[in-house]
Design a protein around this ligand. Structure first.
Ligand code: COI
Length: 356
């Protein structure tokens, strides 16, 4: 499919961020966006247009029944100035998995990558170069058909927007505080936990907001049936280092299969670290902490990269992990992964995809 372009004149372009070192997460958007419509049974009219507000019927199904999915990936500026995407094919694969679960039509993954590269040829020079910064890519699909009966929409809008970002958490790579949620749950077997549906993020807001008021950056969700097994953090998959071994909850339909999670597992293996993917009881973590065997805890995600956890709160008690410092294994994994993403370390597995 031919991608048509209606680009802004140079005189209408937005002002660029003044200080790349002060970039936050997801507040600034580039000049253009990619769009494509679905109607009469096919994706049509792929185009790059100015990033501008959408016009939707108030009856658009996404507004009523949350039929929407999204992805998150990043474009990095390498030392030679080239723009590099990190494992973008994995994100478009997962986009289709999410689409399937949410009754949204499939997209052509190869075409989506081509469209993203085309958009980056237009707005890629927004990619910042300050350490820790990148251009965050947010592909999204929303159900646009004006209809109030509950069924899958027959019309959709797919768009991709770009946002120059710095660290996801205000702590940057500093240790964050996490509350283990003992009442609310994020997902249940057969639910939406393993796909990127807007609805599962909406469902997490109340408990996360309550924890934020108590000074916690994020919530660690437990399983919905026994409130015992560690799941994920919502914006991150979780890892614990117990007795020197890296342990992470195994995927089972209630946890997001994070691209960064898979990358951490591979990098850990390459570094000769032992990794276990298995059910992980919160009581095992607390016992390990109390007996001095919990060495480190960290989360991984596209937005958050690798974030050390310095404090865990569970059942009214607060525990300081790794003396509230960044642990050596967390640091090692961070250095290696970020080194590959930013082009400072060799990309042995072919994860980096250059624009040209
Ligand atoms: C990401 O890491 O890209 C995510 O989608 C997590 C969050 C910002 C929603």
């Amino acid at each position: 499919m031919e991608i048509s372009k209606r680009l802004l004149l140079k005189s209408h372009l937005k002002e660029r961020p003044r200080d790349e070192k002060k970039l936050g997460f997801g507040d600034i958007f580039t000049d253009h966006m990619f769009k494509m419509d679905y109607y009469d049974g096919a994706w049509r009219l792929p185009r790059i247009e100015p990033n501008s507000p959408l016009s939707l019927s108030p009856a658009a199904m996404v507004l009523h029944y949350s039929q929407t999915i999204f992805e998150g990936l990043k474009c990095y500026r390498h030392p030679d100035g080239r723009l590099a995407l990190f494992r973008p094919r994995e994100n478009f694969k997962r986009f289709n998995q999410s689409a399937r679960r949410m009754c949204i039509p499939q997209v052509d993954e190869a075409f989506m990558l081509q469209a993203l590269k085309e958009l980056l040829r237009v707005d890629g020079d927004w990619t910042p170069s300050a350490p820790g910064s990148s251009l965050y890519v947010r592909p999204t699909i929303i159900a646009t058909e004006p209809h109030l009966g509950v069924r899958p929409s027959k019309e959709y809008l797919l768009f991709v927007i770009l946002s120059p970002v710095g660290a996801y958490y205000k702590e940057g790579f500093g240790p964050i505080k996490i509350h283990v949620e003992g009442f609310y749950t994020r997902s249940a077997p057969g639910g939406l936990g393993s796909v990127k549906a807007g609805a599962s993020y909406a469902g997490s807001l109340l408990a996360t907001d309550q924890a934020a008021r108590k000074g916690f950056s994020q919530l660690l969700w437990l399983d919905s049936q026994e409130h015992r097994f560690v799941e994920e953090v919502g914006s991150m998959n979780m890892f614990f280092v117990i007795d020197g071994k890296i342990v992470t909850p195994k995927l089972g339909g209630t946890i997001l299969p994070g691209v960064t999670r898979f990358s951490v597992l591979d990098v850990a293996g390459d570094l000769g670290l032992e990794v276990q993917e298995r059910n992980l009881d919160i009581r095992e973590i607390i016992e390990a902490q109390n007996s001095g065997r919990l060495n480190e805890a960290f989360g991984s995600g596209t937005a958050a990269i690798i974030s050390p956890v310095g404090t865990l709160s569970y059942d009214g008690n607060e525990f300081t992990v790794s003396d509230g410092q960044v642990g050596p294994i967390t640091q090692k994994l961070y250095d290696e992964l970020v080194g590959i993403q930013y082009g400072h370390r060799p990309d042995k597995r072919g994860w980096v995809e250059y624009l040209d």
